[in-house]
Design a protein around this ligand. Structure first.
Ligand code: SAM
Ligand code: SF4
Length: 332
């Protein structure tokens, strides 16, 4: 279906990433401080009814792909109830989830029967000790079991790997090797500044080019794949392997020209760019009693004032550098 919704730079908007909670059962050091973040009081989170209403407002505008994220989505009570209702909303074609896999396995067969389009699983290392250092929790086995279960259930899976100097460089090749037998995608992501710590380096050692050079040096025959429309990753395959790999220039921001995504944080704040600091509180509009038509008008105004790219969005922030935000409040 052709898009109905275009931003002020002519980019179609079809994809909503929705954080269902800011809470998490891990403490990944690139995402939040060791002591965690100050979680939102529960009454500030969008309720399931508000989330359903939001999607029912957005779907007719052209949002057809939805990703549930967080925080850890499965930490939200009764998440499956929300998922059952979202898959029934007219216009929603693809529902995806990003999860750390700790609480996910018991829900996979129902997710499969509900027609989940894919699961993105965050797994930065294949080594239990390194997992413990990166996530500050000893939960590797559960994430690994979820990966096996996803593969057994034939649910399309992408593994998200944040590439970090001094932490998981030795994992890059073993993670590529996972694609030898399993028809999965492994995507290597540049570390972004959203660590909730308030400070972050401004240049990155493991840029997407360095990651690719490193992989290519070990797999000289690597094949470039055609990137799907609006893909944020550059995609490759080791000839003869079942799966593929990708690299995401999340810090270098090379994909803004085709960005089709918007984000809603757990408290209902709309971000039209990952690097902006929120442009509209949709929850407040709902709780003030605004009608669907009034909310639609405010959404269209926001979509019509989207920054050209992540650099412009970052420059316009009024609340301080991105590092004051934790990715667990944004959803990745
Ligand atoms: N808790 C779930 C998980 O980890 O999959 C979903 C939320 S998490 C914020 C979504 C994605 O953002 C994860 O794949 C995570 O690795 C990624 N992420 C978090 N902080 C990041 C950062 N500073 N730079 C790059 N990616 C980050
Ligand atoms: Fe939690 Fe995901 Fe952030 Fe890790 S990346 S702390 S799993 S929200």
């Amino acid at each position: 279906m052709p898009s109905k919704l275009f931003d002020n730079h002519g980019r179609p908007i079809t994809y909503l990433r929705l954080a269902v909670t800011d809470r998490c059962n891990l403490r990944c050091f690139y995402c939040m401080p060791e002591e965690g973040i100050r979680y939102l009081p529960k009454k500030q989170l969008l309720t399931f009814e508000e989330i359903e209403r939001l999607i029912k407002i957005m779907a007719p505008l052209g949002i057809s792909k939805i990703r549930l994220t967080g925080g850890e989505p499965f930490v939200r009570n009764d998440l499956m109830k929300l998922i059952r209702s979202i898959v029934g909303i007219e216009g929603v074609k693809d529902l995806h989830i990003t999860t750390n896999g700790i609480l996910t396995t018991p829900h996979l067969s129902e997710l499969k029967s509900l027609g989940i389009a894919s699961v993105n699983l965050s797994l930065d290392t294949l080594d239990r000790e390194r997992f413990k250092v990166i996530t500050r929790r000893d939960e590797f086995e559960k994430t690994w079991a979820t990966l096996q279960s996803l593969i057994e259930n034939q649910i399309p899976v992408k593994i998200n790997v944040v590439v970090m100097e001094g932490k998981n460089i030795d994992d890059i090749l073993p993670l590529v090797e996972l694609t030898r037998k399993a028809a999965i995608s492994v995507r290597f992501i540049e570390e972004m500044p959203f660590n909730g710590e308030g400070n972050h380096y401004t240049s990155l050692r493991w840029t997407y080019t360095k990651i690719m050079d490193y992989i290519r040096a070990h797999y000289p025959a690597l094949e470039r794949l055609a990137d799907p429309p609006h893909s944020t990753s550059y995609n490759y395959k080791v000839p003869g392997y079942s799966g593929d790999i990708g690299v995401i220039a999340a810090f270098s921001r090379t994909f803004c020209g085709t960005c089709n995504r918007i984000r809603v944080k757990a408290q209902g704040v709309l971000k039209t760019c990952l690097y902006d600091d929120g442009v509209l509180n949709i929850r407040d509009l709902m709780r003030e009693g605004k009608s669907d038509a009034q909310i639609t008008e405010r959404l269209l105004h926001a979509f019509n004032n989207r920054p050209l790219n992540g650099f412009e969005a970052e420059e316009k922030r009024s609340s301080g550098a991105p590092a004051i935000e934790s990715m667990s409040t944004i959803g990745g």
